[in-house]
Structures are given as C-alpha cells and as structure tokens.
Ligand binder design. Structure first.
Ligand SMILES: CC(C)(COP(=O)(O)OP(=O)(O)OC[C@H]1O[C@@H](n2cnc3c(N)ncnc32)[C@H](O)[C@@H]1OP(=O)(O)O)[C@@H](O)C(=O)NCCC(=O)NCCS
Length: 209
C-alpha cells in the first residue's frame, strides 16, 4: 500500500452537486448501511454483515485514508464513497524508484437510493481529476485503473462515460461468491490522456510560446 499525499490537497473537492472529502470513522456507519445491501454488494469484493466489524476493518489508520465520501451539497447527505489506493507501477529493478507511488486503483459505490442521477459519474470524474491533475491541484499521478467483473454493466458504462479505456478482459479469472468463474475487466487512463480529453482546459501558454 502506498500512502498518497491527500493532506496536500484542499478539501472538500466540490463539483456542481457534490462535495468529496476524506472519510472519518463516523462516516463508516452510514457507508455500511448501503454497502451491506445485497444489490450493492453483488459485484463488490465483500458483503459486510456486521457494522462494528466493518468500522473496525475500514477505520484503521492504514485503511481509513483509502476512502473518500461523497456528500450532496444541497443537504449534506452522504450518498456514496470512493476508493483511491496508491500503488507502485511494475518496473524493472534498476528503475523501480521512478515507478514508486505513481498510480492508483480507483473504486466507487453509490447508495442506490440516490442512483441514476449522474452522481456517480460526477464523483468519479472528480476522483480521476484529483488523481491525475498535476500538483498542487491534484496528486500528479501518471495512471489510474479500475478492476471489475466484466458483467457489472453500470460500472463499465460509468468508467466509459468518465473516459477510462477498456484495457483487458480476463477469461473466467474471477470467482464470484455464487460459485461461478466470471470474466474480469480492467479499465485505465493516463494523465496525458486525461489532459488531452475533449473539453479539458487548454494548457497555459508561456508568453512568446
Ligand atoms: C456502479 C455505480 C456506482 C453506478 O452508479 P449510478 O448511480 O448507476 O451512476 P450514475 O447515476 O452516474 O449513472 C447511472 C445512469 O444515470 C444516467 N444519468 C442520469 N442523469 C445523469 C447525469 N446528470 N449525468 C450523467 N449521467 C446521468 C447515466 O447516463 C447512467 O445511465 P446508464 O446506466 O444507462 O448508462 C452503482 O451502480 C453502484 O454503486 N453499484 C454497486 C457497487 C459497484 O458495483 N461498484 C463498482 C465496483 S467495480
């Protein structure tokens, strides 16, 4: 696990309708309420069933900084959570130092009571923005990726809306808790691609440049 410099950013990060900030231990009880639902947990790594155990597991000093919460600005309601896990890129040993902490895996969950309104799209766009934007506005990472069951249609469509690329599909490489071996899918995006996306702010020109 690579610690990301979240403290160097200004919180909350605001979008048109949402505010995103690092989670507190108190937030985890509200997060548990929707994550323990069968329809939410269906494609997730784990279906939590015990609220206290969930808070203990996710509230440690190592795990808590991996979770950001998403609040609706109009009423402050916590509507979802995001995951940002810093990683080293694979590298040959001679250059491994240059690959340390340069990328992150992202994840996202939206309370279905508030789904289908574009909140997840808005939140994940902001997550990618904060991960890939140069320091000091963002973390200056070079790449983000997401791993999912290929059959998780809402998640795949969300990633494609945000602008991530399908990079691979693993043939029956993932075991679902219902006993079936299912295809996995990997999506990713580079900082250069994010900066060059349609609608991105043009880079500042130096005088005379
Ligand atoms: C994946 C997940 C976060 C998507 O959340 P969501 O609420 O469906 O996402 P959005 O509201 O952004 O988009 C949903 C739909 O609303 C539409 N929408 C409505 N208003 C919108 C708006 N203002 N802006 C963008 N999209 C909007 C989208 O086009 C989208 O349509 P589609 O699914 O037919 O393509 C959600 O399904 C979830 O939490 N699933 C359970 C956990 C999970 O699987 N997490 C991912 C693990 S890999």
């Amino acid at each position: 696990m690579v610690a990301l410099a979240l403290d160097s950013l200004t919180w909350p990060r605001r979008t048109a309708r949402l505010a995103i900030r690092p989670a507190t231990r108190e937030d985890l009880r509200r997060v548990f309420a929707y994550r323990s639902r069968e329809d939410v947990a269906h494609w997730m790594t784990h279906r939590p069933t015990d609220e206290d155990a969930f808070v203990e597991e996710h509230g440690t000093p190592e795990r808590l900084p991996l979770t950001l919460v998403v609040e609706r600005r109009s009423d402050g309601l916590l509507v979802g959570d995001l995951y940002l896990h810093g990683e080293d890129a694979w590298a040959q040993r001679e250059v491994a130092e240059r690959a340390a902490g340069v990328q992150a895996e992202i994840g996202y969950v939206l309370d279905p009571e508030h789904g289908g309104q574009g909140y997840a799209t808005e939140a994940v766009t902001a997550l990618v923005e904060l991960a890939l934007s140069p320091v000091p506005d963002g973390l200056g990472l070079r790449r983000v990726h997401a791993e999912l069951f290929a059959d998780n249609g809402p998640s795949a469509r969300l990633l494609e809306r945000v602008g991530l690329r399908l990079e691979g599909r693993g043939r029956q490489d993932s075991l679902h808790r219902d006993g079936r071996w299912l295809d996995g899918a990997s999506y990713a995006l580079l900082a250069d691609e994010w900066a060059a996306r349609p609608g991105a702010a043009a880079p500042l020109r130096r005088p005379g440049g």
